[in-house]
Design a protein around this ligand. Structure first.
Ligand code: ADP
Ligand code: ADP
Ligand code: MG
Length: 590
């Protein structure tokens, strides 16, 4: 089967001589294979197209995709947005008694799948002009596991709730005290239990619209609002962004518990969390903006290992690069030049005090920074960058710092191209930056988009690129993994490594994704203390020692998967968990 897709926001008929139409051999032979449609954009007839690919190559904006798909998918089309629009094939199946995960890249239909299953949208089975009735949909699903689900949806006998992806937008749409927001959401009468479980008591009186609530708190409130609903089906779209590892596993535990009683579907890009949380996972493969295919569920370990291998054996489909983990051979830190030393820094705010032990950062290395939320990581980074003054202690700095903050707001009215021309001109002129940043972060297609229309992952890539391009000695990057899919996280870690290694600069990365930290860090600075009250930063340590200290402090052990060497969270109290604790090996045991 052949499909033709037009990526609408790339197509610019006003700046284009429409060679897709001009050069199509079928059009030249007199067929209406490519015609002009709305706004002058081309409409490609899939019946007449012979798949020669000339229009694809002629289009200066890479807006056209002609894709050959397995014949059997023909009958599996669940939804298509419009002619030459995005197509979703097959759906995940919610099941009571097991937590079902969805894993796949951005732009491939995961949120669409949730909208279809939650009833926010009705599946059109590919008939975008003439939407089929519920009877048609039910007939289509006759004899399958999803039949009853859609029957109940059609009869409005199923209630569901969605924890949305972008929690940073909540303050714009919700007003009032957190207590009132949550009380209103509470249809299950479990307010006290949920508040207790998620540790929200301390923030109930905060006002959601006031901008004083951190991303992690917004995430927890948003998860709480979903848990408080008494419904049949719960969807969690990326529940881990902005949460620290402790909160991630706590939330995972609560969602897992919920899945024993209700149907639960989760989209998650933090693989350590997905691994811990879900029983079965649907991988989704396809082509961004063009199509997505939901695969049958696999056991979670097998699913993640398959995902990392980049190859679906059963379907015989290669969908990505193989991603490998290795127990890092640590760099010989002593041999590298010292870039910066700081000595017993401290900072006191009204309610929070921070101490940082003496440390040295060397050229060419990447320091991961780990620790719970509200423990002083950002404050430390800000002291180093000179944004705030330490209360005591000294930093030897003649150094220049480039800083990517944790929360990035697109408050630039203009296109990405204009933004880069203003802030990061070199990205267009330096062959090195073009090859090492522009290309791998896949920025080409974002250039003509308006900054304020970018998705979370797109904005993140723009911000990371912008910070890496600045002239500086040290690059401080605060939570780069937020909203990136698992593959983009790998690409980002590789990009940062290469740029830092080749330029002989240094970087510090604050992040909570263990896989990401494992891949990107040469050494670790570890924070402990009491969140919101006091924090202490120590290090840099080797990755092994740092992870060990950190995980011991948060009371979690990781083993390594025999096959892929990726880290896996141990079940508390399991044999591995107990032996590793005894041996004091919280991280590396094989
Ligand atoms: P994911 O959640 O996997 O990132 P989405 O389900 O949000 O992906 O979107 C998949 C694709 O569907 C997007 O690339 C977009 O092109 C397309 N799409 C989403 N919503 C619409 C819509 N309302 N109209 C047309 N196309 C849409
Ligand atoms: P992390 O980055 O580890 O999440 P932060 O360094 O952002 O933590 O914050 C640590 C603590 O310091 C938090 O409790 C925060 O509320 C407090 N804090 C941060 N900046 C200020 C400030 N300018 N004034 C008062 N308190 C602050
Ligand atoms: Mg999504």
């Amino acid at each position: 089967m052949r499909i033709a897709v037009l990526i609408k926001d790339r197509c610019k008929p006003k700046n284009c001589s429409m060679e897709c139409i001009k050069f199509c051999p079928r059009v030249r032979a007199g067929d209406e294979t490519v015609t002009r449609g709305e706004e002058g954009k081309p409409v490609i007839s899939e019946e007449l197209c012979v798949g020669c690919g000339i229009c694809v190559h002629k289009c200066p904006f890479d807006a056209i995709k002609i894709i050959g798909l397995a014949e059997e998918l023909k009958t599996d089309l669940v939804h298509q947005f419009d002619q030459n629009g995005f197509r979703l094939f097959r759906l995940p199946t919610p099941k009571k008694g097991s937590c079902i995960g969805i894993l796949g890249p951005n732009g491939i239909g995961k949120t669409t799948a949730i909208k279809l299953l939650s009833g926010q949208m009705k599946p059109n089975l590919g008939d975008y002009d003439d939407e089929p009735s519920w009877e048609d949909v039910l007939e289509y699903y006759a004899g399958t596991e999803l039949h009853d689900h859609f029957k109940n949806l059609a009869n409005k006998e199923i209630k569901s709730v969605v924890k949305p992806q972008y929690v940073d937008r909540l303050p714009k749409i919700m007003k009032g005290k957190i207590r009132d927001v949550l009380k209103k959401a509470d249809t299950s009468g479990t307010f006290d239990i949920v508040v207790e479980k998620l540790g929200l008591a301390g923030i109930l009186d905060k006002d959601i619209g006031k901008g004083t609530i951190s991303g992690g708190e917004l995430q927890l409130v948003s998860i709480a609002a979903a848990l408080l609903k008494d419904v049949d089906l719960y969807f969690f779209d990326e529940p881990s962004s902005y949460l620290d590892i402790h909160q991630r596993l706590k939330v995972a535990h609560i969602i897992k518990e919920l899945s024993e009683e209700r149907k639960v579907l989760v989209i998650e890009h933090d693989l350590a969390v997905l691994d811990f949380l879900c029983d079965n996972v649907h991988l989704v493969y396809g082509d961004e903006g063009a199509y997505g295919v939901v695969t049958h569920p696999r056991g979670v370990r097998h699913a993640i290992n398959t995902y990392l291998s980049g190859y679906l054996k059963e379907e015989n489909i290669r969908f990505g690069e193989k991603i490998e983990f290795f127990a890092h051979p640590p760099k010989k830190r002593q041999e590298m030049n010292i870039l910066i030393t700081y000595d017993n820094l401290s900072k006191s705010f009204k309610e929070f005090s921070l101490e940082i032990e003496r440390g040295i950062i060397r050229q060419g290395e990447i320091i991961g920074i780990v620790g719970l939320n509200a423990i002083g990581k950002t404050t430390f980074v800000k002291m180093l960058s000179g944004v705030i003054e330490p209360s005591s202690g000294k930093i030897e700095y003649d150094i220049k710092v480039s800083y990517k903050p944790q929360y990035i707001s697109p408050d630039f009215s203009g296109s990405v191209r204009e933004f880069f021309e203003w802030k990061a001109q070199q990205l267009f002129t330096s062959p090195f930056l073009k090859a090492e940043i522009f290309k791998p972060l896949n920025l080409k297609y974002l250039l003509d988009k308006q900054m304020d229309t970018l998705s979370g992952g797109e904005l993140q890539r723009v911000a990371i690129a912008n910070s890496l391009v600045q002239e500086a000695d040290i690059y401080l990057i605060d939570e780069p993994s937020a909203y990136l899919d698992s593959e983009q996280r790998m690409v980002t870690s590789r990009t940062v490594r290469r740029v830092i290694e080749k330029s002989g600069k240094s970087a510090m990365i604050v992040d909570h994704d263990v896989y990401f930290i494992d891949m990107i860090s040469d050494a670790l600075i570890v924070f402990d203390g009491e969140p919101g009250k006091n924090g202490k930063g120590r290090g840099p340590f080797s990755l092994h020692e740092g992870m060990n200290r950190f995980l011991k402090d948060v009371d979690i052990t990781f083993r390594r998967d025999e096959e892929t060497h990726r880290p896996r969270v141990n079940k508390p109290g399991s044999y591995m968990d107990r032996t590793q604790r005894q041996d004091g090996e919280y991280y590396y045991s094989m």
